[in-house]
Design a protein around this ligand. Structure first.
Ligand code: PMP
Length: 373
């Protein structure tokens, strides 16, 4: 039995997205900026995809700029702010936010013991400081902890401060229909069954500062370069396919994931599941194993056909790379034992159970001092 348990790093293409991509690539490959009829059709389809995405995330279509993914969206946003402006970001942001914010005055918003940014902490900060932007992700990529972005967005609105949420892990897994309440939203297609190299940034309606790739007039002059219409069509189709099924998927997958945690607990009494008491994405388990280096776990599980991660994919391979576990004040030794399991929309009971069995077997193997049976 094999199992892919690294959906927070990336997801396989959904069949509906694949079909949409192929159809768009074969029939509507013309440059949407050209002036003949076939190009005009692509341009119309592109605008219709923007409208459909706007409906799914509760934002006016004209606020949406298509990008190459979440990293570009996050970088573009921070690059648009004058360097002398103060920004507030949470302690658990993805490296594409942390690094993009580097070099300016950054207020770090702490997380509580469950890895969640408390609205009260934001409120307190806003009573004494007036940052140009507050950025708190919607769902954490490592622990899956859902952040109270809606409350924080509303606090920021009350204080006249712009609010950004990196919703790369939220969209496609949780109801996204209210995200438009945030001034800025980051999304990425390959996190929910779309193709890689495609995403978006939502801006406030009246924002005219953002002009992040210069050149032609595409994307309302904000991001030049021929639009990747097939990938955009695939992304929107993927989200349309998932959105109506989310509550049913969540119910099934949460049960399977929680049974997996129970199986882990019965095997490892001292197992620590990060953010276990917080509302979390239904697919994610970030855990500190009782012993052995996480790369050993990862390699031994990979040999058995299971794909897992040591934390954030962008820093995998680096020891002690978990941003969340670091923010929670873990010891260097604990950091080396962190593994992340992230299931998918269709992961079945057998796959979860086989993973639990494989983890038990790997523990015995590692205790014996390593390599196989
Ligand atoms: N933000 C978050 C929360 C993520 O999980 C990721 C992917 N690891 C990114 C940003 C970067 O996404 P992309 O691959 O689209 O650049």
């Amino acid at each position: 039995m094999n199992g892919y348990f690294d959906h927070n790093a990336t997801t396989p293409l959904l069949p509906q997205a694949r079909d949409a991509w192929l159809r768009a690539s074969e029939k509507h490959w013309h440059n949407p900026s050209s002036l003949y009829r076939d190009a005009g059709i692509v341009s119309q389809q592109l605008e219709s995809a923007r409208e459909r995405l706007g409906t799914l995330i509760g934002a006016d279509a004209e606020r949406i700029v298509f990008t190459s993914g979440a990293t570009e969206s996050n970088n573009a946003l921070f690059a648009s702010l004058p360097t002398d402006q103060v920004v507030a970001i949470s302690a658990i942001e993805h490296p594409s936010v942390r690094e993009a914010a580097r070099g300016r005055h950054v207020i770090e918003l702490p997380v509580n013991a469950d890895g969640v940014v408390e609205p009260d902490a934001v409120k307190q900060m806003l009573t004494t400081k007036q940052p140009a932007l507050v950025s708190v992700m919607a769902a954490n990529n490592e622990s899956g902890a859902l952040q109270p972005w809606r409350e924080i967005a509303s606090l920021c609105r009350e204080h006249g401060v712009l609010f950004h949420t990196d919703a790369a892990q939220w969209i496609g897994k949780q109801d996204a229909s209210n995200l438009g309440e945030c001034d800025f939203i980051t999304g990425s297609a390959h996190k929910f069954g779309g193709s890689k190299g495609c995403g978006f940034l939502v801006l406030p309606a009246e924002d005219s500062r953002l002009n992040f790739i210069r050149g032609g007039p595409q994307e309302n002059g904000r991001r030049a370069g021929t639009e990747n219409y097939p990938a955009i069509e695939a992304m929107v189709t993927a989200l349309e396919a998932l959105a109506p099924r989310l509550s049913e998927i969540e119910k099934t997958q949460r049960r399977l994931r929680d049974e997996f945690i129970a199986a882990m607990r019965s095997r490892f009494e001292t197992l620590r599941v990060i953010s276990e008491n917080a509302p979390r994405l239904w697919n994610t388990v970030l855990m500190v194993m009782p012993a052995h280096h996480n790369l050993k776990w990862l390699t031994a599980l990979s040999r058995r056909g299971f794909s897992i991660s040591t934390g954030s994919a962008c820093s995998s391979g680096k020891e002690g790379s978990s941003v969340v576990v670091t923010a929670l004040g873990a010891s260097a030794d604990e950091l080396k034992r962190v593994i992340r399991i992230s299931g998918g929309w269709e992961t079945n009971a057998e796959e979860w159970q086989s993973l639990a069995t494989a983890i038990g077997d790997v523990f015995d193997e590692l205790n014996r001092g390593g390599r196989p049976q």
